[in-house]
Design a protein around this ligand. Structure first.
Ligand code: ATP
Ligand code: MG
Length: 555
């Protein structure tokens, strides 16, 4: 939405920094760890960082925070790049924290030489125990008394590979009585004999997040390093390291993570859903991942508008999934071509329409975009209609088909229902009707008023398709805050497959990424994974109306 909004607190800081000349041009970064696919929470961070770069004539880097060799994979790097591009953003430079391993190592030696870091041989339990508690100061062990020379030699030996994993760490000489536990001699290097996706076997010591992140910001000259609230306690160490190393003064600012109802948003949890088969893949259309949303038919514009609307908060909150769907509908209503599809078909026979005769009737592609014109639909004696559009015994408020009722067939004629037929087990098989020849759409002289309009497809021309309908992935609003395993709150009916629906033949042209509105049924998109030229599979992106809000009101 382009309406004017007031500045968020980060924009205020930036405008002030620019005005006071503290920075000439801004440089932000989006720093994903390549250990999973991006989700809608990351989209928030992407829109924020890249959006600021664009708004203030600056730039934004894409930096892979790949300092943990064990969990990172090239597959994730590729998916992250594809997702950022799809969202519509261009990075100034593609960078990797692992490219800075040499510089980071040199920074560590510098701290050792200044007497600000030491090698500790204690076991990790011991280190944890010596840290104290928030109300009790910690204490140092004898390793902290080592001379810079000894520390330097030990650190170089750590690097040379002679020590096993976990036998030594490099720690900052911070303040063991600081109220901020992160300042109590934090670990900045650990030994890990592991292969790294980019540096291979060159290193067996790896920097910890706190040592790599801020220093990478400085190396790149990031002016505003924006992260989420859980990093507030890290800011003291971030500033301390920049000061002691006397490097470019990047500044960290924190905003609230995006949390959304009926889903989970941590990569670890999403990976569990994939690995344990609750969903099929990272890009399962039910996933809150960017790739899942893309496959489901959400548009990049809808996601950007949503991120813009929710703004930048300083307090954690839970955003209604319905708000994202609102933006999806709003965008698709403008752009999606209208088509007819019958999801639960039943035959309608127009008994006074000649067998073997067909006519071509125009129907508009998108009333929101008159320039898209019309398409021609075959109309004939036998049509498919929705089973739910017929009722044997109808109330007064029923404006669709029932014995004796009149209804308009969209873009075609008014029909009067004359009867129906059921099979031996009582299932409706056929509805019969007569059409009013003077009631043709656009030149109706019948004088008959039909209160309801239904969609239909000429039976001999209809194409078969599979249609997948989705519901929310979890039964509860906030599965992460519920007791026990979040996976026990999965909605068992989040996927409903219709094996045989009928679609207009024009939909043979459908491509993944091109949205359609199936009249009265919602927005749909061809599935990029399961669809083949002989087997069409459509995903429902979103319904036309917010049925959940209605349900919630019912209680
Ligand atoms: P997760 O907990 O899902 O694994 P993460 O923070 O570990 O997320 P990173 O790859 O480290 O994932 O995140 C890259 C950037 O995206 C970071 O700046 C992070 O703060 C931001 N980010 C991650 N999740 C969210 C979220 N839910 N809302 C807003 N920003 C987020
Ligand atoms: Mg992280």
């Amino acid at each position: 939405m382009s309406e004017e909004r007031s500045l968020n607190f980060i924009e205020e800081i930036i405008e002030n920094d620019l005005k006071e000349g503290k920075v000439k041009t801004i440089l932000t970064r989006f720093p994903p760890e390549p250990n999973g696919y991006l989700h809608i929470g990351h989209a928030k961070s992407i829109c924020l960082n890249f959006g600021l770069g664009i708004k203030y004539g600056g730039k934004t880097n894409l930096r892979f925070d790949d300092t943990n060799p064990v969990t990172e994979e090239t597959e994730y790097v590729e998916s992250i790049k594809a997702d950022v591009k799809w969202l519509g953003f261009e990075w100034a430079s593609e960078l990797y924290a692992s490219d800075y391993f040499d510089q980071l190592y040199n920074f560590a030696e510098k701290l050792i030489q200044k007497g600000l870091a030491y090698v500790d041989d204690s076991a990790s339990e011991e280190i944890a125990e010596q840290k104290g508690t928030p109300t009790q100061p910690g204490r140092r062990n004898r390793c902290a008394d080592r001379s810079p020379e000894e520390n330097l030699q030990l650190f170089r030996e750590m690097r040379s590979g002679i020590y096993p994993d976990g036998s030594k760490v490099l720690r900052i000489k911070g303040d063991m009585s600081s109220p901020n536990m992160l300042m109590r001699d934090p670990i900045i290097y650990r030994i890990k004999h592991a292969h790294h996706h980019r540096t291979g076997d060159k290193w067996c010591i790896y920097p910890m997040y706190d040592f790599a992140h801020g220093q990478s910001d400085s190396i790149e000259g990031i002016t505003h390093s924006i992260c989420t609230l859980e990093f507030v306690p890290h800011r003291e160490l971030y500033d301390w390291l920049i000061e002691k190393l006397n490097i470019f003064p990047s500044r960290q600012y924190e905003f609230a993570r995006l949390n959304m109802t009926y889903t989970v948003m941590s990569k670890r949890k999403l990976l569990e859903l994939v690995n344990e088969g609750f969903v099929e893949s990272w890009d399962d259309p039910r996933m809150p991942t960017i790739s899942g949303m893309r496959r489901r038919g959400y548009t990049a514009k809808a996601i950007r508008d949503f991120c813009d609307r929710i703004g930048v908060a300083k307090r954690e909150n839970l955003i209604d999934l319905g708000l994202l769907e609102f933006f999806v509908r709003e965008d698709l209503n403008k752009t999606a071509l209208r088509r007819m599809a019958v999801l639960d078909p039943v035959k309608l026979v127009i008994t006074n329409y000649e067998e073997g005769r067909f006519e071509l009737l125009p129907s508009e592609n998108n009333p929101e975009m008159p320039e898209t014109g019309d398409r021609l639909l075959h109309f004939g004696r036998e049509l498919w209609i929705e089973r739910e559009d017929f009722m044997e015994e109808a109330s007064k408020k029923w404006f669709r088909l029932a014995p004796g009722s009149v209804v308009r067939l969209k873009s075609a004629y008014i029909v009067r229902c004359t009867g129906f037929e059921k099979d031996a087990s009582g299932n409706l098989t056929t509805v019969f009707a007569e059409y009013l020849p003077e009631s043709k759409s656009g030149s109706d002289t019948s004088g008959v008023h039909a209160k309801g309009t239904i969609h239909w497809i000429s039976a001999p021309h209809a194409v078969t398709a599979e249609v997948r309908l989705y519901d929310r992935l979890f039964k509860v609003e906030d599965p992460s805050s519920e007791e026990g395993d979040f996976k026990s709150y999965i909605n068992p009916d989040s996927l409903h497959i219709i094996h045989k629906a009928y679609i207009e033949p024009d939909l043979l042209k459908a491509q993944p990424g091109i949205a359609y509105q199936f009249l009265r049924k919602g927005y749909f998109v061809l599935d990029s994974v399961y669809s083949t030229p002989d087997h069409f599979v459509f995903n429902r992106t979103v319904t036309l109306k917010d049925t959940w809000a209605k349900e919630a009101k019912k209680g």
